[in-house]
Design a protein around this ligand. Structure first.
Ligand code: GDP
Length: 624
């Protein structure tokens, strides 16, 4: 057991007392100085502050050890990782234990994580807000029909002329109170938002066709609704059909712990025909009843907090997004941060295409005035300070960039053999082949292969295509997938590349054996290829004496990265090829600028940039 002392964290001081550079102690002739007694007594904080995407290098720093020592320690734990790879919490905990450290989760004080900050409302400002309802259920059970029926019945009554727009959500008024419906049926959108940490829905209306009963997606919908703690109302649909059997539906749902209210249970059941518009009013009444019990409240006086329901790049309007206002009032002119971007509300309209000035809690509005297209599920927050919104968005982009680049990557064949450090290493393989014969033959050859210091472990074999399950296993066990004459569908390859899992395809066994041997001897050289990552158009030029010419640009596709190579194009011709000397947003140096943002670019050793020139950026990428 580690004894913990309440010692303040002194990372900065500690660092300055140590020789800098990773391997200064490994220099030939370096003699370890005898530690002085006072040095020994120096206090270090024996705590690791864990956060997602913490890399081996950063962890080593917190442990006050060299990265190479920590990498070695990990190898003893049978984990192959490089300095820039991320460690999961479990591994970090094991390492902490090894070194007698305590582990804590990093406390968020970072404003860019504003969505995790809680701002309390004064209870006297709270007023009732409309419920947010999502309709879920099995395919073909009538979700879209129900959404259309509800919307249609309202439009007929409204005076707005009935021109509805799909913005991803709409409101109906019943008994003088509003209900907001998210009008993307099905649970794909719901699940995606949940995966991104957004809880938007208060009530799930579970549609079950009376002639079909509980089906697989019905069960999935129940699981999602329960996991996100939404109230569930069951709408038994298609009651007009000859084969309708609501009793069976009730029984099936009772078995899934949704006991109907007419059987004395707690789940409200409504019996409807979405097609014939019967029972729909009762369903709306039930929604309002449940909503009253939930006592949904919000504070219209505060700055708005919202969630993106949908977002797109509109040809005429630029980036637009539908925002569900969760709390506060969203107004024209408000400056806000949303996801990794920011903006100022220039215009808002509702689902009837009406221009509006203010959106109250529970309302869904399409906004424009965004600098970039956010993602569904992104939180929106209004700030009084416009500059702050820019800063937060830029910091969030930088963080995203860092996270993308430190994403967990499993081992590759080249990397595996690169570090010859005398320890026994285990190369894990997953073998997929077109026939069992090929698998056996490959296993036979592998057994004969003798690579010093390496154990080759085949963790799974199988006949048939490479699947997502193989990729998950490879990721979890740091393995490489080898395929002999088998397919890996594009989506599987995409997942593999996202997770950093290497898939190697071969037609014949000896080629695979050759590669493994070559890699072992360090002969397998990676091949690189230039890939265009983005374009920026020059909108203005600023000659700065003694420094050069800064091109004021707008990134018109992809992104521009600080370390990219560039081609300067004029009227479709290449005028100059070189490197970026500096990349700035406002006054700050940045690593990357994405589409839709402006930036200042200086090209190394080139100053003759003209308005309307296009700067094409490319990076070297490894090819298989
Ligand atoms: P979703 O996949 O759940 O969105 O289902 P849809 O709303 O697209 O409906 C699937 C089919 O069922 C369509 O042909 C609808 O016309 C039909 N349908 C939906 N509701 C009812 C209903 O209440 N009664 C009858 N008879 N048919 C319905």
């Amino acid at each position: 057991m580690v004894t913990k002392k309440p010692i303040p964290r002194k990372k900065q001081n500690f660092k300055s007392n140590k020789p800098s550079g990773n391997n200064s102690q490994n220099r030939p002739g370096y003699k370890k100085p005898t530690p002085r007694v006072e040095k020994q007594a120096e206090v270090i904080d024996k705590t690791i502050y864990y956060r997602n995407s913490l890399t081996v290098g950063e962890l080593a720093e917190q442990l006050h050890r060299s990265a190479s020592e920590v990498i070695k320690k990990l190898m003893f734990m049978r984990i192959m990782a490089s300095q820039t790879q991320a460690v999961d919490r479990e591994t970090a905990e094991l390492l902490a234990m090894e070194y007698g450290f305590e582990i804590k989760d990093e406390v968020i004080t970072d404003m860019t994580k504003y969505d995790e900050l809680q701002i309390e409302d004064d209870p006297k400002d709270l007023v009732e807000r409309p419920p947010i309802v999502t309709i879920m259920g099995h395919v073909d059970h009538g979700k879209t029909t129900l959404l259309d029926t509800i919307r249609h019945s309202r439009v007929v009554q409204s005076e707005a002329g009935g021109i509805t727009q799909h913005i991803g959500a709409y409101q109906v008024i019943r008994n003088n109170k509003a209900i907001t419906f998210i009008d993307t049926p099905g649970h794909a959108a719901f699940t995606e938002m949940r995966a991104r940490g957004a809880k938007v829905t208060d009530i799930v209306v579970l549609v079950v066709a009376a002639d079909d009963g509980v089906m697989p997606q019905t069960r999935e919908a129940i699981d999602h609704a329960k996991a996100s703690k939404c109230s569930i109302i069951v709408a038994v649909n298609k009651m007009d059909k000859v084969g309708a059997n609501p009793e069976r539906v009730k029984q099936e749902l009772a078995d899934l712990e949704l006991l109907p209210d007419d059987w004395g249970g707690e789940t409200p059941f409504c019996y409807i025909s979405a097609l014939k518009n019967t029972g729909v009013d009762e369903l709306l009444d039930t929604i309002q009843l449940v909503s009253e019990m939930l006592e949904l409240k919000a504070n219209p006086k505060r700055n708005a907090l919202g969630t993106v329901i949908e977002a797109k790049l509109d040809k005429g309007k630029g980036p637009v997004a539908t925002i569900l206002v969760n709390n506060g009032t969203l107004k024209i002119g408000d400056t806000f941060v949303v996801g990794n971007t920011f903006g100022k509300i220039r215009a808002m309209n509702d689902d009837l295409g009406r221009t509006i000035q203010k959106a109250k809690p529970g309302a869904a509005v399409e906004i424009n005035g965004l600098n970039d297209v956010p993602q569904a599920g992104d939180p929106l927050m209004v700030f009084d300070d416009e500059k702050l919104t820019r800063d937060i968005a830029q910091k969030r982009q930088d963080r995203q960039f860092k996270e993308d680049h430190s994403a967990r990557k499993t081992v590759t064949l080249e990397e595996f053999f690169q570090k010859a450090d005398g320890n026994i290493k285990e190369l894990r393989l997953i073998i997929k082949a077109d026939t069992q014969g090929s698998i056996e033959a490959f296993k036979g050859s592998i057994e004969k292969l003798n690579i010093e210091g390496t154990v080759i472990n085949i963790i799974r074999t199988g006949v048939g295509a490479i699947t997502d399950t193989d990729v998950s296993l490879a990721e979890a066990s740091n393995a490489i997938i080898i395929g002999f004459d088998v397919q890996a569908p594009a989506n599987v390859r995409d997942t593999a590349s996202q997770k950093g899992v290497e898939i190697r395809d071969y037609r014949v066994i000896y080629e695979a054996m050759n590669d493994i041997e070559a890699a072992a001897k360090g002969l397998l050289e990676p091949v690189f290829e230039k890939q265009v990552i983005g374009e920026a158009q020059v909108r203005d030029v600023f000659p700065i004496s003694k420094i050069g010419t800064v091109a004021g640009c707008m990134v018109i596709s992809g992104s521009i990265k600080r370390d990219a190579s560039v081609k300067l194009m004029r009227n479709g011709k290449v005028i100059y090829e070189g490197k970026i000397a500096s990349l700035k947003r406002f006054k700050d140096d940045v690593k990357e600028v994405k589409q839709g943002y402006d930036c200042g670019i200086m090209i190394e050793n080139y100053n003759d940039v003209k308005i309307d020139d296009v700067i094409e950026a490319s990076v070297l990428k490894e090819v298989e």
